[in-house]
Design a protein around this ligand. Structure first.
Ligand code: TYD
Ligand code: MG
Length: 452
């Protein structure tokens, strides 16, 4: 009998680069100290893996039949939206997110809401009883959802052959292991190999596959970057764990726009879709309070109104504090400097705290105008009008710059009942059809003369 030869290689845990010897620095991604030895034993093809049934031949584009490739429209409207209108059969969808954010809940809920498609939910993280408990909690039951607790791809494919599901959910890719490779589950080579097997399975049978992926401390999906290259769609589930709102974001989508956004609320009965996020992001108030400004922003492809709160007070200690939640602190410091220099407000000796309500993070620079107005409103202790909102970027010389997709922002503000929106004078748009009062300014000083 031939002696089994054990082969090993070194893999960069960050990008998956393979090397025959250990390297201190990865030549591909330039990360230091990421190479780990992993045992490979690619001896036989007989064990494990998905067995291909047909050999493919070249086909004319015009002859490829796609009539039956209709998207599977799920009962979850937000999920449909981020996927670009539903699940494409045969596609691989990777869902990443922090631990405890609700990835398993989201996909179990989706699996349990199926009314016609057979769904197999494979979990390597929880036992059947734990999944049942979660299912009880989200109060759903389905005739079409099967649960399998298994981590070996070989056994999973065996079960799949009997069950023939329409959709497969794998929780999580880091717990799977294939018999092809001897390294431990979660290592780069295991993740890569298991994903490759699942891709082969998905493409050949037309089954849609959801993969849950862990996230590392930098926020990237753990395992090699190539995982993201291999799959068709990458979704990110994010939010502040202490808040109830969660955002599902498309990062990559081969079958739709990559700038879609879905919003959920986590409550006792699992995740609830939020179809009008602006309403929840703005707190209910009866009377105007100082330090509150409403910004018309765009997250992904979706217009949103967010509430910005600030508090400006005299610094007790020598060093004034500046802190921002949900907004870039550096950018806030820059805006404070602009206010000081261009408008003559003495904020140098004041503490400034800024908060975007709802626990969401905004990168859009169009909220600058609302930020400075809310800071000054708190500083002057003069409340802004509750029915006014803002959309404009502030430049270093104090000019209000034009922002993109202004019509969408105005339309959202009008939809939510705002009476006035203040924007840049340089924004060109079609004002026809809007009932909301649109006020345009070129300089930040002009806005302050109006408001205070
Ligand atoms: P989970 O889906 O296990 O997160 P992940 O798979 O991303 O690690 O979510 C767990 C969190 O969700 C946990 O902190 C409790 C909360 N949760 C609810 O608030 N309500 C619910 O109905 C469920 C099932 C979970
Ligand atoms: Mg989980």
């Amino acid at each position: 009998m031939a002696k089994k030869k054990i082969q090993s290689a070194f893999f960069c845990q960050s990008c998956g680069t393979q090397s025959p010897k250990w390297l201190g620095k990865c030549p591909q991604c330039n990360e230091w100290n990421t190479f780990v030895e992993e045992v490979l034993s690619k001896e036989s093809d007989s064990k494990g893996g998905f067995k291909s049934k047909k050999a493919t031949k070249p086909t004319l584009v015009s002859e490829i039949d796609y009539a039956n490739e209709r998207r599977i429209v799920t009962n979850d409207k937000e999920l449909n939206r981020v996927l670009g209108g539903g699940i494409v059969p045969g596609s691989l969808i990777l869902l990443g997110g922090d631990p405890g954010i609700g990835k398993s809940t989201l996909l179990l809920q989706f699996a349990l809401s199926s009314k016609s498609k057979k769904i197999l939910y494979v979990s390597g993280e929880e036992s059947e009883k734990q999944i049942k408990m979660r299912a009880e909690r989200i109060n759903k039951n389905s005739e079409y959802c099967y649960i399998l607790t298994e981590t070996s791809t070989q056994n999973i494919f065996q079960q799949i052959e009997q069950l023939q599901p329409d959709i497969l959910v794998v929780d999580s890719i880091q717990t799977l292991h294939t018999a092809h490779i001897e390294s431990s589950p979660g290592s780069v080579s295991q993740i890569r190999e298991c994903t490759a097997e699942l891709i082969k399975y998905a493409k050949e049978t037309g089954t849609a596959v959801f993969l849950i992926g862990h996230i590392n401390k930098d926020g990237a999906i753990a395992g090699p970057k190539i995982l993201e290259h291999m799959v068709d769609t990458v979704l990110q589930f994010e939010g502040d764990r202490n808040h109830v709102y969660r955002i599902l974001r498309t990062i990559k989508n081969r079958f739709g726009s990559a700038s879609e956004l879905g919003v959920y609320e986590m409550n006792q009965e699992g995740l609830r879709e939020v179809s009008n996020p602006s309403e929840i992001l703005i707190s209910e108030r009866d009377e105007a309070t100082s330090g509150v400004g409403i910004a018309a922003t765009i997250e992904g492809a979706r217009p949103l109104l967010v509430e910005i709160q600030s508090l400006v007070s005299s610094a007790v200690y020598g060093n004034p504090q500046r802190s921002a939640t949900g907004f870039d602190t550096k950018r806030m410091n820059m805006l404070l400097a602009v206010l000081e220099k261009r408008c003559g407000f003495r904020l140098g000796a004041k503490d400034v705290f800024l908060n975007i309500t709802g626990g969401i993070k905004i990168d859009d620079t169009a909220i600058d105008l609302a930020v400075v107005c809310s800071i000054l409103s708190s500083d002057q202790d003069v409340a802004l009008d509750t029915l006014t909102c803002f959309a404009g970027e502030i430049g270093l010389s104090g000019e209000i710059r034009a922002v993109n997709r202004i019509e969408n922002r105005i339309a959202e503000a009008e939809k939510l009942g705002y009476k006035q929106i203040i924007i840049s004078k340089y924004n060109k748009f079609n004002a026809k059809g809007f009932n909301i009062e649109i006020v345009q300014y070129g300089k930040i000083e002009e806005v302050f003369r109006l408001l205070f």
